[in-house]
Design a protein around this ligand. Structure first.
Ligand SMILES: [Zn+2]
Ligand SMILES: [Zn+2]
Length: 290
């Protein structure tokens, strides 16, 4: 039985008290359908243009904090490596690589995609809230596994590391623009994983696919901001399953550990986990750090 059938809305949504007939997302979907033309919604360019714009919009406030907020105690007290400061030259360097990748990789790919990708089918009904949530969780788990394997291989193989992944590790103390400070091959790999992962659900709703894309961008940036906020997911996710910024920050400090981008289960299972450094530079368990 297909996964989607097992987790079908009709079985689960009534049980968890969500609206079985009309999705909670329907009002938002109706607004989108009303104010965005169908040409735009169907265009294969929409996800790319939207994700690029969303990435820049999300990174920008953290750049302001990094550059102009060095004395803002109310936020600097959450910095994971408080002695490390972000400079303008680092911002220029990371932005230069980001812009280069977008001009010479993302833009040509976008143009090709405009011709080869079929138009997105836009249904009238929004996905159910339960369907929306479990599918995005599933996509996150699949993406996490894909990138874990890619990441592990590119750290363990010296040629792959030196030629493709070392660039991302130029910064021991990450900040928002380091998120896509990537070799084109790495950005291409990540782009393929993000694009193809929703294909595991045959008739995945476009809103769910876009929701996954947005979620992926937010948590990727969060992993690199260098701040450990008390409201972040890793503080309330049960069993320490979510790594968040402290985990990935530690990967930049000790690159032979914490290969999973978001979750922690494979790193713990295969012994590649290193304890995290929380805000204020406090090491959770010094014995585990080697
Ligand atoms: Zn990173
Ligand atoms: Zn790495």
């Amino acid at each position: 039985m297909a996964l989607k059938t097992i987790l079908n809305v009709s079985y689960v949504e009534p049980l968890i008290g969500l609206y079985p007939k009309q999705s909670l997302l329907q009002p938002m979907w109706d607004v989108i359908l009303r104010f965005v033309s169908s040409d735009v919604l169907q265009s294969p360019l929409l996800p790319i243009i939207f994700s690029v714009s969303f990435y820049f919009i999300c990174c920008f406030p953290f750049m302001i904090v990094d550059i102009y907020g060095k004395k803002w105690y109310w936020i600097q007290k959450y910095k994971i490596q408080p002695t490390k400061e972000v400079t303008w030259s680092q911002v220029y360097d990371t932005l230069y690589v980001t812009m280069w990748n977008h001009l010479f990789l993302i833009l040509p790919m976008t143009i090709v995609q405009a011709f080869v990708t079929p138009l997105t089918v836009i249904p009238e009904n929004a996905p159910g809230m339960w369907e929306f949530c479990w599918q995005i969780t599933l996509f996150m788990l699949i993406f996490d596994l894909e990138y874990y394997v890619w990441h592990y291989v590119h750290h363990r193989n010296r040629f792959l590391y030196n030629h493709f992944h070392a660039l991302h590790h130029r910064y021991y103390s990450p900040f928002s623009w380091v998120t896509q400070y990537l070799h084109p091959w790495e950005l291409l790999s990540v782009g393929v994983f993000v694009t193809t992962t929703p294909w595991v659900i045959a008739d995945c709703h476009p809103l769910t696919a876009w929701g996954f894309m947005v979620t992926n961008i937010i948590v990727s940036i969060e992993a690199h901001i260098g701040f450990d906020f008390p409201w972040s997911l890793h503080h309330w996710c049960p069993f320490g399953l979510w790594g968040g910024a402290p985990k990935h920050d530690m990967h930049h400090q000790r690159p032979q550990s914490n290969y999973q981008p978001f979750f922690t289960h494979f790193d713990r299972l295969f012994g590649t986990s290193t304890s995290f450094r929380y805000a204020g530079g406090v090491i959770e368990n010094k014995k585990k750090i080697i």
